[in-house]
Ligand binder design. Structure first.
Ligand SMILES: [Zn+2]
Length: 333
C-alpha cells in the first residue's frame, strides 16, 4: 500500500510559531491524560503535519527533556527519519483515503509493539471516503490500549460527525503576526528578495492569515515566476533609450503568459535591485569626497534615479532609496 508509509521529511526549521502549542501538548501528554485519539485542526500551512510527527516522537522518546522529545535518541531519530516500526503515517498523494488504506493502518495497530505504543497518523483526514471513515470507526470506538491515533485536517467540517465525536479536537492556531513577519522577512532576505518593502510584507502576511506554509509556497511560486521573466525585465531596463515600461510590460505579459501587474512587480523588484547595487558602489566612492562633494554626488544620484523611475513610470521603493542615500540629511537643504 503506497499511501501508508513510515517516511516523513522532518525539518526543524519549519517550527515557526509552534513552540506554544508544543509546550501545551507536552504538558498534557506527559501527564498521561491525553485522549488516545487526537485531531489536530487548523489552517493549511501552520505545521500540523510537523506537530503530528513531533507528538509521535514525544510518545516514543527515550529521554524526554522537560516533557519535550529530545530529538537525539534512537526513537526520536526513528520517527524523524520515518523508520520507527511503531509509527505509521497515512499520507495520501491521492485525493481520497480509501477503505484499503485504513485497513492497512489497522493491520499496523494489530501488530505487537516493540516498545509500548502503536501509533498511526492520518494526514488530511477529511479526505477519507465515507466507507473509509466507517472502517476507521471500528478502531476509534474501542481503541486497543496500546493504540494512539493522530489525525490532521484543515477542513474538519468535512469529517463525519461520528468520527469527530471520537476525537479530542485540538485547535492549532496560526503563529503571532510579529513572529511570522520577522520569519518571512528573513526568508525574503535569504531568497534575494530583501528589496520588498514592509507594506508588501504586511499585505502578504495578512492575506495568507499568518500561515508560514502558505507564505513559503507563495514565495516559491513567485520566485519561479520571477526568475523566468527577470532576464527580460533587466534587458528592458538596460535599454539605452527611455522606454515606456507599462507598454512593454503588456508585451512581456503576453510572451510569458503572465499578468501585467506581475510584470510591473518584477520591474520594480529589478529596478530596486539595480539601485541597491549602484548605491553600494556610489557610497564607497562618496567616502573619498568632502562633505559638500558628497552631498552633490548624492543629489545627482537621486536625480538619476528619479528620472529613470519617471521615464519608466515605475513606482519606486521611495523609502528604500531615501534611506540608502541618507535622505534625512537632505531635508535641511
Ligand atoms: Zn528522544
Amino acid at each position: 500500500m503506497e499511501a501508508l508509509s513510515h517516511k516523513h521529511h522532518w525539518n526543524w526549521n519549519q517550527t515557526v510559531g509552534l513552540h506554544r502549542v508544543m509546550t501545551d501538548l507536552g504538558r498534557v501528554m506527559s501527564s498521561g491524560r491525553l485522549h488516545p485519539i487526537v485531531l489536530l485542526e487548523g489552517l493549511e500551512g501552520i505545521g500540523k503535519r510537523h506537530l503530528a510527527m513531533w507528538m509521535s516522537a514525544q510518545m516514543t522518546c527515550l529521554q524526554l527533556q522537560e516533557r519535550l522529545p529530545c530529538g537525539n535518541c534512537a526513537n526520536c531519530r526513528g520517527v524523524m527519519g520515518g523508520f520507527h516500526p511503531d509509527v505509521a503515517v497515512l499520507n495520501p498523494e491521492s485525493e481520497t483515503i480509501k477503505t484499503a488504506d485504513v485497513e492497512t493502518l489497522q493491520e499496523h495497530f494489530m501488530m505487537m509493539s516493540s516498545e509500548g505504543l502503536r501509533i498511526g497518523v492520518i494526514m488530511n483526514a477529511d479526505r477519507m471516503t465515507i466507507e473509509a471513515s466507517n472502517r476507521l470507526l471500528k478502531t476509534l470506538e474501542e481503541p486497543p490500549e496500546q493504540v494512539r491515533v493522530i489525525l490532521t485536517s484543515s477542513r474538519p467540517l468535512l469529517i463525519p460527525a461520528t468520527v469527530l465525536g471520537r476525537c479530542l479536537r485540538w485547535r492549532v492556531k496560526p503563529p503571532e503576526k510579529e513572529l511570522v513577519t520577522d520569519w518571512f522577512k528573513s526568508l525574503l532576505h535569504q531568497s534575494g528578495r530583501a528589496a520588498i518593502d514592509d507594506d508588501s510584507v504586511n499585505h502578504w502576511v495578512l492575506r495568507l492569515r499568518h500561515s508560514p506554509g502558505l507564505l513559503k509556497r507563495e514565495l516559491d511560486d513567485s520566485t519561479d515566476h520571477y526568475s523566468g521573466i527577470s532576464g527580460d525585465v533587466a534587458q528592458l531596463l538596460a535599454a539605452q533609450n527611455p522606454v515606456d515600461v507599462t507598454r512593454s510590460a503588456a508585451n512581456l505579459a503576453r510572451v510569458h503568459k503572465a499578468k501585467v501587474p506581475d510584470i510591473l512587480s518584477a520591474v520594480e523588484w529589478e529596478l530596486n535591485k539595480i539601485y541597491r547595487a549602484r548605491l553600494k558602489s556610489c557610497s564607497m566612492a562618496f567616502g573619498n569626497l568632502s562633505e559638500n562633494g558628497r552631498r552633490a554626488a548624492q543629489r545627482r544620484l537621486l536625480h538619476d534615479i528619479r528620472m529613470q523611475a519617471v521615464l519608466g513610470k515605475v513606482t519606486l521603493n521611495a523609502q528604500l532609496v531615501a534611506e540608502s542615500i541618507g535622505l534625512s540629511e537632505w531635508r535641511r537643504d
